[in-house]
Design a protein around this ligand. Structure first.
Ligand code: S3P
Length: 167
């Protein structure tokens, strides 16, 4: 089984992947961390300083190819993986089940209000443009859409577990 979580920055992919992997007895892979490993950087600001967005996107494609063969894993992606079709193609070809974690833009702004870790979320107006551009892409790749606005991590995990059990 391979579960892939997609969604915009701040929707909770990392937290939910961690919880889901623990409750399901699966391993957990975090693509942003793998990008940093591959590009010999410490964080996303360093990735962008080293090679701008292109370095990130190339690394995401290479990593997706490498990890798509893994089974019994929950993969938390970076919010921009939907920009290159090939990334989701690698996962889907390997039989992954893709959850799109949908949060309203207002929820995301609130969650990231004091977080400066994301180079592409420095300015809410620019981030909103990205959000609107990407919404149809997330929906397109989703096998199932989960609303994450008002519910706790435990509640969301439970919903995902129920869906996984029915697969
Ligand atoms: C990005 C999202 C980030 C990270 C990078 C770019 C994006 O991951 O990959 O800063 O383009 O949306 P998170 O979604 O985990 O914040």
């Amino acid at each position: 089984m391979q579960i892939v979580l997609i969604g915009f920055m701040g929707c909770g992919k990392t937290t939910l992947a961690q919880h889901l992997s623990q409750s399901q007895g699966l391993s957990w892979l975090e693509m942003d961390a793998l990008v940093c490993q591959k590009t010999h950087t410490q964080n996303m600001h360093e990735v962008f300083a080293k090679g701008e967005e292109l370095l990130l996107r190339e690394a995401e494609i290479a990593i997706a190819k490498e990890i798509a063969t893994q089974q019994n894993v929950v993969i938390s992606t970076g919010g921009g993986v939907v920009l290159n079709k090939i990334v989701l193609d690698y996962f889907k070809q390997a039989g992954a089940f893709v959850f799109y974690l949908h949060a309203n833009f207002e929820t995301i702004v609130e969650r990231l209000r004091t977080d400066r870790s994301r180079p592409l979320f420095q300015d809410a107006i620019e981030a909103k443009k990205l959000y609107e551009f990407r919404l149809p892409l997330y929906t397109h790749y989703a096998d199932h859409i989960i609303d994450v606005d008002t519910r706790s991590v435990a509640e969301i995990c439970l919903e995902m577990q129920e869906i996984i059990c029915g697969l």
